[in-house]
Ligand binder design. Sequence first.
Ligand SMILES: *Cc1c(COP(=O)(O)O)cnc(C)c1O
Length: 496
Amino acid sequence: MNEPVSSTYSATAGIQHEEALLFEYTHEAPSSINLPGVDGDIPAELSAFTRQNPAGIPGLSEPETVRHFVRLSQWNHGIETGFYPLGSCTMKYNPRVNEQVVRLPGLAHIHPDQPDDTVQGALELLYELQQWLTEISGFSHITLQPAAGAHGELTGLMMIRAALDARGQQHRKKVLVPDSAHGTNPASAALCGMYTVELKSGADGRIDLDELKAHLDNDTAALMMTNPNTVGAFESNVKEICQLVHEAGGFVYGDGANLNALVGVARPGDMGIDCLHINVHKTFSTPHGGGGPGGGPVAVNTTLAPYLPVPRIEKQGDTFSLSHSSETSIGSVLGSIGQTGVLLRAAAYIAAFGSNHLHKIAEDAVLNANYVLNRLKDAYHVPFGGLCKHECLLTDDIQEKHGVKTLDIAKQLIDLGFHPMTIYFPLIVHGAMLIEPTETESRQTLDAFCDAMLEIAARCEAGDTDMLHAAPVKPFRRRLDETQAARKPILVWPST
Ligand SMILES: *Cc1c(COP(=O)(O)O)cnc(C)c1O
């Protein structure tokens, strides 16, 4: 077997331990903690609950327990271990200064229920963040409350629902969603009591105006639009799209997960969009993954502003307070102001660039994606031509002729020391590979990744595909049954 060209290796080199489940380590001692025996008789009312069998607590010492979890963490791959080109997720490096900011005692040691006059600094900072985010996105009002992008979608649609209801248009329940959209879009609409109709994308991967027109009618509540969309293309007809939806009496919901491509350069609010969630954990660098943590502030125009969640941060003179009073609000969607730790990291990231340099984020992200696209475009099929925005889309069309699929390519990348890109999303192309390098990667890193991808393509051409089908061979766990793991997770260890 040939050694990979890359000199990086996945997390199995050197002193790495295979790891059993915590419960499989259990040895004779019932537990390393000596609990005192029961003093006196068990009260009668508790006697029915007397344990008949051992509790099944692993008999581990503290060092054994610590090593177990630290070893598992060494199996993990994160943005601080290496390149993480996960398309549509914006996995960028989280600068250390963010961590210093959130650990300041005046921010880390406060409680949401403290009197407002004892947390003026924190309220001021969050108020200022609201202003920065509305300025960046081009809207007049915002809520910081939602805990993630998907939660922002739900919050935004609830506000749209409230606005339609206030117009006496309870019947408008149809939400148009392009077929390239993230799965959270239709899920949020359904959770909000609406139903979705899928819009078939045009040949260029963008919203097709005729398709849109054919589906707009008196039942339309909203169009959910991601821009740039998930094939990495900018929706060039966005003003016309918004106009058509508005003329039909609907709202345009902007999925802002891809704001990284626009930040400091273009503003969705200026394009006619009514409401936009911002995935602050993506665009503004908070580390995330495995389901959290996140933040999904929703920016709105003046039409939707009356429906914003409470509490809202208010400023009177130099004093800040939380206001719970609003008759038109949709209510609270999360406790207090939102995920403050995530929001403050976003504030630190924005402040580090400053208004004069924020555009560098988008410019470098787009440049990096196009660099990767250009290095790989002859070796891999590119379904939609032209420049991409902050992520580039490839497929396995060329490699499939040699019996190699997107999954094989992704698994081989693990052996070559890279986290795979997003695979099989978006759904509108066969064998999708969506690569988002972000602005925080150097040219050396991008070149090493492209070299690995080109090496994989060259192996396919040479018919040297056994290794690709076997990959990954370096990690302890290889090809898992991910469907089974997601649908039937074993959450309880059989206790005796
Ligand atoms: C990530 C993402 C979402 C969902 O955001 P979460 O913060 O993960 O809930 C929605 N749409 C797109 C296009 C995304 O990339």
